[in-house]
Ligand binder design. Structure first.
Ligand SMILES: Cc1ncc(COP(=O)(O)O)c(C=O)c1O
Length: 659
């Protein structure tokens, strides 16, 4: 038998039988930017384009070159007047013979040879080596793109700090730092987000805020440490020859062998990190705008009266603790279906909806994504370029291919509707489009009813599969039916889809983990097969769901009087949040805080993407004990009558006022 011949196919349809030729072709045509001169728009490689290969940049001038994917090694040669962004390189970036460039680099090692008049925004753990170079300036990496965190985790580049190793200048043994300096803080650029502002994976560094991280082992230095050392006019102290293991120090004895020596430390979630910082702050009047849960005007958690009442009834019923069925609580699944699709839903009437109880919103999203991975394996899932962080993480965990569609415009506070439509219009048939049904997290920016109609049209004409995340139904207008507009529009149009629902926010049942996953199919007979597969997936994930929260929701929604009470209590929460929006806007105007703030009242739901820059977020924290996410997201639920004015006043001081 003749030996089997392998063919290597390129994305543009060419076929090679020699791997070396295939690689050369790919390097020349896909994994490089060569001779790009005076390019009017940034040239971008997006997630999935490079996927861990070596990348080359050479002979470019006056151009912006962006690589937002995993790379193994990057070579940058002979570039002039360029802006270059390398998002996640697993080993070294080499820059040679470059002049007057600005680099944003995330890598393990940065090696510069014959580079002049250039600025580097560099990520921690990058060990920087300079040879025959001068007039270089260094600052911490500030910016990002939506999948950067995922890429860095895949490359084991830690996300939890943003310091860097010492800079080794091989032509300056005496360490006089004649060839490089720290970028003066007043020259820092705004953070660079090539795909639009998003939650940064690497902690943004506010001007002048970089500190030595005491919790760190190894020879990392922060800017302040380096400045302090250079002022002493002596070379920085050498690190100890060997760093004692923290474990050995603790128990003061021989380190026990372990199967877990190579387990990497998972960086803390950036949202939980700042929430924790806030929790530790003992200042009495601190302002916590990080929280993803409703708070009353007194700043405390809230249990709805209808929930309290249901708890008493359930207590009196003296129920047993048997397992729920694989589908979940039977009344709960029925009422949650009606809540989502409405009493008049033709999909329900025609028996085209199957609902399985699941573990709150996150568990529903995970179950749905497992289903996509198993039964739509080649589908690419598109998420908004700014989205709830866990969307990308769940898709990644299930190994579903992912990409993004544009979501925010250049103001960073409003919808880029044309960009969104353009991007989803280009998705191939069968792609999955993840949509936030309402109250988009983190931006609070939702499409209008008319825009939803257009999105539906594109999904229909391009044969795309909608995957709705419905975590805040009732939290926008206070009316769950109105807030179900997008899902109902799509289902009445006969679309097949998945809808992941959380009852954490609208019932205040955060810790009870009550969720529902709905699947709408084109033909009734498909229910038997898809439901069997969803049950099978759930069985391997968690077997059956907890019953307590589902009993509460079932009791409330199945009784017209309790249902009406819930709607009005949910509305009271939504009303308070909307009132906080209006009051915040009024206070920002009253104190003449610099900037335009109309987006605060235009956005919806629990969050607002305020547009407050990262450096101001840092100052709010450092000087006013006011905590929010570095991307400027605030939780309106954290605002109340006693902290809105101090918050606006603090902003007026930090951002300045307008006449
Ligand atoms: C957009 C979005 N989806 C899903 C969830 C999941 O919430 P849970 O798992 O608490 O129900 C959240 C929670 O913050 C969210 O903001």
């Amino acid at each position: 038998m003749p030996p089997k011949v392998f063919t290597y196919k390129t994305p543009d349809g060419k076929e090679f039988t020699s791997k070396a030729e295939y690689r050369d072709y790919m390097m020349a045509n896909f994994f490089s930017f060569k001779e790009k001169k005076n390019e009017p728009n940034p040239l971008m490689k997006v997630p999935g384009d490079i996927d861990g290969q070596v990348f080359d940049i050479a002979d470019c001038e006056n151009s912006t070159l962006v690589v937002m994917d995993k790379t193994e090694q990057v070579q940058i040669d002979n570039c002039k007047n360029c802006r270059i962004f390398i998002g996640a390189c697993s080993s070294s970036i080499f820059a040679r013979n470059c002049e007057n460039c600005v680099f944003y680099t995330v890598c393990r090692q940065l090696r510069l040879r014959e580079v002049t008049q250039s600025t580097f925004y560099i990520y921690s753990q990058a060990e920087v080596h300079i040879e025959f170079s001068n007039t270089l300036k260094f600052a911490p990496f500030n910016g990002g793109y939506p999948m950067q965190g995922t890429h860095m985790q895949q490359l084991s580049l830690p996300l939890d700090h943003n310091l860097w190793y010492d800079i080794f200048d091989h032509n300056d043994q005496a360490k006089t730092r004649v060839n490089w300096s720290l970028l003066p803080v007043e020259e820092y650029e705004q953070p660079w987000f090539p795909m639009g502002v998003c939650e940064p994976a690497i902690k943004l560094t506010a001007v002048g805020s970089v500190q030595r991280d005491d919790g760190q082992v190894g020879q990392s230095f922060g800017v302040d440490q380096m400045i302090a050392d250079s002022k002493k006019n002596t070379p920085p102290a050498l690190p100890p020859a060997s760093i004692p293991s923290p474990i050995a120090k603790k128990v003061n004895e021989v380190v026990q062998p372990s199967f877990f020596n190579s387990v990497p430390l998972e960086p803390p979630n950036s949202i939980l990190g700042v929430a924790l910082e806030c929790k530790k702050d003992t200042f009495a009047n601190k302002i916590d705008l990080t929280i993803g849960a409703y708070r009353t005007d007194a700043g405390v958690p809230h249990v709805l009266d209808c929930v309290r009442e249901a708890e008493i009834i359930i207590q009196q019923q003296q129920l047993d603790h048997e397992y729920l069925s694989q589908d979940g609580h039977p009344v709960f699944t029925q009422v949650s279906q009606l809540l989502m699709f409405g009493e008049e839903s033709s999909a329900i009437k025609n028996g085209r909806v199957y609902t399985i109880q699941s573990i709150s919103g996150t568990g529903s999203l995970r179950l749905a994504t497992e289903f996509i991975a198993a039964h739509m394996p080649s589908a690419m899932c598109y998420i908004p370029s700014v989205s709830w962080q866990n969307h990308a993480t769940i898709l990644q965990a299930c190994r579903v291919k992912q990409s993004t569609y544009r979501y925010l415009d250049s103001s960073g506070c409003a919808l880029d509707f044309d960009g969104l439509i353009e991007d989803i219009s280009q998705a191939v048939e069968g792609s999955v489009i993840l949509l936030h049904n309402c109250a988009h997290n983190p931006t609070g920016v939702d499409p209008t009813d008319e825009q939803w109609k257009k999105i539906l049209e594109v999904c229909q004409s391009r044969k795309l599969f909608p995957f709705f995340d419905n975590a805040y139904q009732g939290f926008v207008t206070g009316d769950p039916a109105t807030d179900a507009y997008a899902v109902r529009l799509f289902s009445e149009a006969g679309m097949e889809m998945l809808v992941a629902c959380s009852f954490a926010k609208n019932f205040g049942l955060y810790g009870e983990r009550v969720g529902a996953l709905h699947i709408v199919v084109a033909r009734t007979e498909l229910i038997a097969t898809v439901s069997s597969q969803l049950r099978a997936l759930a069985r391997s994930l968690y077997s059956t769901c907890p019953s307590y929260g589902a009993r509460i929701v079932a009791l409330i929604l199945s009784d017209p009087v309790r249902n009406a009470a819930w709607v009005s209590q949910c509305k009271a929460m939504a009303d308070r949040i909307n009132e906080s929006r209006n009051k915040l806007f009024a206070a920002l105007v009253q104190y003449k805080v610099k900037g335009t703030w109309s987006h605060v009242t235009a956005q919806r739901g629990m969050f607002s993407y305020t547009g407050i820059p990262a450096w101001a977020v840092q100052r709010l924290k450092d000087e006013y004990h006011c905590y929010m996410l570095s991307n400027g997201r605030i939780s309106l639920a954290g605002l109340n009558s006693s902290n809105i004015e101090p918050f606006a006043q603090a902003l007026a001081t930090i951002l300045g006022t307008q006449e």
